[in-house]
Design a protein around this ligand. Structure first.
Ligand code: AMP
Ligand code: ZN
Length: 112
């Protein structure tokens, strides 16, 4: 298994967990870009948003259903941004689908 996030799910690499259930894991980003920076990943290995399909999108829906709860658990009270980098032009660095939740401060200017 050479996927970093699959190894985190398997417990082979430690993480600072925020939330876990049968279909997802949420943990603090090791290199936070905001006071609260959590990553939410499906337990199924999907390489990126490009790999989301009718067959596996249920786990993505579950993640989005749970994001408000995860944001609250992480201490966010005044809004947040959700980002998923997909592919080279977006500088995706870990090839396992993940959603960044950023909050805890007024976030810098956004591009959209
Ligand atoms: P991306 O650049 O969108 O692919 O995001 C990958 C994120 O994973 C980056 O924000 C990294 O800081 C984060 N990251 C890499 N390794 C770890 C790790 N072992 N634990 C927590 N976060 C990590
Ligand atoms: Zn993986």
């Amino acid at each position: 298994m050479d996927c970093l996030f699959c190894r985190i799910i398997a417990g082979e690499i430690p993480s600072n967990k925020v939330y876990e259930d049968e279909s997802m894991l949420a943990f603090h980003d090791i290199n936070p870009e905001a006071p609260v920076h959590v990553l939410v990943i499906p337990k199924t290995h999907i390489p990126s948003m490009d790999g989301v399909s009718a067959e596996n999108s249920a786990c993505v829906a579950k993640i989005f259903e749970k994001i408000p709860h995860i944001a609250r658990l992480a201490g966010i009270t005044n809004g947040y941004r959700v980002i998923s980098n997909c592919g080279e032009d977006a500088a995706q660095s870990v090839q396992h689908l993940h959603f960044h939740i950023l909050g805890g401060k007024k976030l810098p200017e956004h591009i959209v």
